[in-house]
Design a binder for this molecule. Structure first.
Ligand SMILES: *Cc1c(COP(=O)(O)O)cnc(C)c1O
Length: 385
C-alpha cells in the first residue's frame, strides 16, 4: 500500500476529529435492515428526533440530511427571500452563510468577541439599532456557537427580541455544551445541529432542526420531503427539497446520542492534556472557556504569538503535517473569503487575528494519551524562546 520511497514507514495518521463509533450504533442499523426500514422514513427517524429534542431541551426536532440542509430550511421558515439581509457571525465555516445566498439573501458578517470567540453582542445590537434607524431590519440573525462553545446568547436574544428579528442558532459544533445549564441551539426560534463525520457525534452525514414551535417543525418536515400536500395523489403547493435523513443513519445517530456525554468528557480531557503540556509555554494561549457555561471542546484551539513562542502557527501546523498529524488553522473569517468579498461586514479585526494566530489541534474523542503526547512533544520541540 505505501509508496516505494524507502525510508522508515510513516507513523499512523492522527486526524483532526475522526468518527468514533461506540458499537451500539450497529444494533440500530441491524434493526433497520431486519425490519426493512431502509428509507428516509421509519422508526429510527422518529425516535432519533424525539431523543434528540429531549437531549437539547427543545420541544420538536426534524432529522435531515445535513446541518446545511437544516439551516437552509430554517432560513426558509424565517421567511428569508431575495434581497433580504441576514446577519451572521464572521468567524465560522462557510456552511453557516451559504444557505443565505441559496435564497437570494445578503449576508452581513459580524465580528467576534474574545471571551468566547463568537459573535460580539454589542456589535450586533449596534447594527440592529442602525438598521432600525434606516427603516429596514434584517430578516434573521444566524448566531454560531464555534468549536464547542456557546456564544453570549442572552444579549443576542435580547437584541433580536427588541427589534423582532428571528434568531437562528447554528449549533453544528456545539452539541454537548451549555449556556447557563441549557443547550445552545434550543434558545432561538430555530436551531440547527450537524452530524457530519468530523462532528462530536456523527451519522456519517446528517443534521437536525429544532424549535419549540410545532408548526414550524412540521413545515420543515414537509419541505424536506418535496413539500407534498396532504392528498392521495402527488400534489404540491410550494417548492420542496429532498432533505430527510435515512432511517439507517438515524439508527447510527441514536447509538451516538447515547454516548454523547462520554464523548464530551473525552474531548474535555484532550483539552486538559494539551493545557497541561502546552498552556504554560510562552506565546501559546488556549481558547478560553466563557464563564456562562460548559465548553464541549469539540476542537482544542490555541493561539500562537510567534514573537514569544519562536515560530508561528503555520510552522507548527507544517511540522505536525510532516509527522502525519492533521492540524488546521482556525476558520478563515467569512468577510475575508473571496466568495463573500462584496458582502457587508461589521468589524472583523478580532476574527482576523484569531485566524492569523489560531490553530486547531487533533481533538478526536478516540485519541490516546500516546497520540496526545506525540502532538505535544512536536510542539514543544519548536519552542525556541
Ligand atoms: C459542520 C458545520 C455546518 C454544516 O453541517 P453539515 O452537516 O456539514 O452540512 C454548519 N455550520 C458549522 C459551524 C459547522 O461547523
Amino acid at each position: 500500500m505505501s509508496a516505494p520511497t524507502g525510508g522508515p514507514p510513516a507513523p499512523p495518521r492522527i486526524y483532526l476529529s475522526p468518527p468514533h463509533m461506540s458499537g451500539r450504533e450497529q444494533v440500530y442499523v441491524n434493526e433497520a435492515f431486519a425490519t426493512n426500514w431502509v428509507a428516509p422514513v421509519g422508526p429510527h427517524v422518529d425516535a432519533f428526533e424525539q431523543e434528540f429534542a429531549h437531549a437539547v431541551g427543545a420541544r420538536h426536532a426534524a432529522a435531515v440530511s445535513s446541518g446545511t440542509a437544516a439551516l437552509h430550511l430554517a432560513l426558509i421558515l424565517a421567511g428569508v427571500g431575495p434581497g433580504d439581509e441576514v446577519l451572521c457571525s464572521t468567524l465560522t465555516f462557510a456552511a453557516s452563510a451559504n444557505p443565505i445566498v441559496y435564497l437570494g439573501g445578503h449576508p452581513t458578517f459580524i465580528d467576534s468577541e474574545r471571551t468566547s470567540w463568537n459573535m460580539d453582542p454589542a456589535l450586533l445590537a449596534e447594527t440592529l439599532a442602525a438598521r432600525a434607524r434606516s427603516g429596514k431590519l434584517p430578516r434573521a440573525v444566524i448566531l454560531v456557537h464555534l468549536y464547542g462553545q456557546s456564544a453570549a446568547i442572552a444579549p443576542v436574544q435580547a437584541a433580536c427580541d427588541r427589534y423582532g428579528v428571528t434568531l437562528i442558532e447554528d449549533a453544528a459544533e456545539a452539541l454537548g455544551s451549555t449556556y447557563h445549564d441549557r443547550a445552545p441551539g434550543a434558545f432561538g426560534k430555530l436551531g440547527i445541529y450537524s452530524f457530519n463525520g468530523n462532528k462530536i457525534i456523527t451519522t456519517s452525514g446528517g443534521g437536525m432542526l429544532v424549535s419549540d414551535d410545532s408548526a414550524l417543525v412540521a413545515h420543515a418536515r414537509k419541505l424536506a420531503t418535496q413539500a407534498r400536500d396532504n392528498a392521495p395523489h402527488y400534489q404540491h403547493s410550494e417548492i420542496g427539497y429532498n432533505y430527510r435523513l435515512s432511517n439507517i443513519l438515524a439508527g447510527i445517530g441514536r447509538g451516538q446520542l447515547e454516548v454523547l456525554e462520554e464523548r464530551v468528557q473525552a474531548r474535555r480531557r484532550n483539552f486538559d492534556f494539551y493545557t497541561e503540556r502546552l498552556g504554560r509555554m510562552a506565546g501559546i494561549e488556549m481558547m478560553p472557556e466563557a464563564p456562562w457555561g460548559r465548553h464541549a471542546r469539540w476542537l482544542t484551539c490555541i493561539t500562537v504569538d510567534a514573537a514569544q513562542f519562536g515560530v508561528d502557527r503555520e510552522a507548527i501546523r507544517r511540522t505536525l503535517e510532516a509527522e502525519n498529524i492533521e492540524a488546521r488553522p482556525v476558520w478563515k473569517p467569512l468577510h475575508m473569503q473571496p466568495v463573500f468579498a462584496t458582502c457587508a461586514a461589521v468589524g472583523g479585526d478580532v476574527a482576523a487575528d484569531l485566524f492569523a494566530r489560531g490553530l486547531c489541534l487533533p481533538s478526536g474523542s478516540s485519541l490516546t494519551e500516546a497520540d496526545l503526547d506525540r502532538v505535544c512533544t512536536l510542539v514543544e520541540s519548536l519552542h525556541t524562546n
